[in-house]
Design a protein. Structure first.
Length: 384
């Protein structure tokens, strides 16, 4: 009798299980959007026209552009169970590099390429260290520093020769002495957080860099001369970045491999996924979006500032996590990241218009992050 009763209840319990999983999935995907709608509606009711006006909506979109663009790249990294604590430093370095390029006479398009390339190079360095090539990266960095010093003293030809010799010798020595030495993404990006910020200050000689003319870069984050209904180009840069990353994650082998590595790296390796090569690509592309965000930050500041973007690491990670991505890897969407970015912007804007102190806004943001991570951990615990 007991076995019969158990058998008869199995389909019902199975149906409830499927329903529960469906509801959990819906809550996971719709929760951030629901939070955004509730927050926007609450501030609209409390503030009124000053909050709901199109001018304020345009301002909030503009305020979301820099963080949102960097967070799109961080989404890729976090999906693969990685982490990047150097976002703010990368953005600061990018603004300084762009300003120096413009000051040296480079056209705006070339300065923009150099700024994005700076982010890609930083990402490649982080990815190489994470995957075990710390010695090689150190050798190349030493060769670059020596070449810069020799160039200042003895000219370009001597700098190229000295840099090449040190690079080749350093790489060979590093491979023999250290071999493969993997490091935690947390430690690597924490170290890069300080190193890149210091490099930005060194290049700028601890001062902001003011280019004589920024060209079209100056208009990326400006509403001047635009109709009241239009949005600045920086917002369209964010939209374009989101579309590109959505395609990458959802419709390419590279994107599927990122999800596979984040879900189970061992299984992905056994399935033939080239882990090291994919991780190198993930960090290069992911941090490259921070290089793109540096163009928007430069446009907003109209200068290269080695002290800018401090604390952006927290905001970028918060946007990704609030948007539904898991720090355990294997989950996350660009749509969710955009919603998380907008939610933080709405809260900041609404609190500012209500006259709430900035420290309270920071407490609220921190509480939201902790709540999002706690919900994610609880969900994973129940699924396990």
């Amino acid at each position: 009798m007991r076995s019969t009763e158990t058998t008869s209840k199995s389909p019902r319990s199975s149906s409830f299980g499927v329903l529960a999983l469906g509801l959990a999935s819906a809550a996971r995907s719709l929760g951030p959007m629901l939070g955004l709608i509730v927050a926007w509606g609450l501030f609209a009711a409390l503030i009124g026209e000053r909050f709901v006006s199109w001018e304020n909506q345009r301002l909030m979109l503009l305020q979301s552009a820099v963080i949102g663009t960097a967070a799109i790249g961080a989404t890729l990294i976090i999906i693969a169970r990685g982490l990047d604590l150097s976002v703010g430093s990368t953005i600061a370095l990018g603004t300084v590099v762009v300003a120096i390029a413009l000051k040296l006479g480079a056209p705006a398009w070339l300065a923009a390429v150099i700024g994005v390339s700076c982010g890609l190079l930083c990402g490649a360095a982080i990815g190489a260290i994470v995957t075990g090539s710390v010695g090689i990266v150190a050798a190349l960095a030493a060769a670059g520093g020596l070449a810069w010093w020799v160039h200042e003293k003895y000219g370009l030809v001597a700098a190229l020769l000295a840099g090449a010799v040190v690079a080749v010798g350093g790489v060979i020595a590093a491979r023999r002495a250290l071999g493969r030495l993997e490091l935690s993404p947390f430690i690597v990006t924490l170290g890069m957080w300080g190193a890149l910020r210091g490099l930005a200050k060194g290049l700028g000689e601890n001062q902001p860099v003011y280019p004589p003319d920024s060209g079209w870069l100056a208009g990326l984050m400006s509403t001047a001369g635009r109709p009241g209904w239009s949005v600045p180009p920086g917002v369209w840069v964010l939209v374009a970045a989101a579309l590109v990353m959505t395609v990458v994650l959802g419709h390419t082998v590279f994107g599927r491999r990122a999800y596979a590595i984040g879900s189970n790296e061992v299984a992905a390796r056994m399935s033939g996924v080239p882990i090291d090569r994919v991780k190198l690509g993930i960090y290069t592309v992911g941090v490259g979006f921070a290089g793109l965000a540096s163009l928007l930050q430069f446009s907003y500041l109209s200068m290269g500032d080695p002290t800018t973007a401090e604390g952006y690491e927290l905001r970028v990670i918060a946007a990704v996590v609030i948007g539904g991505a898991s720090l355990s890897g294997g989950e996350g969407t660009v749509r969710g990241t955009l919603v998380g970015t907008l939610l933080m912007t709405v809260i900041d804007n609404g609190c500012t218009r209500l006259g709430i102190d900035n420290w309270i806004q920071e407490v609220i943001t921190g509480a939201i992050i902790v709540a999002a991570v706690a919900i994610d951990r609880l969900r994973h615990g129940r699924e396990a």
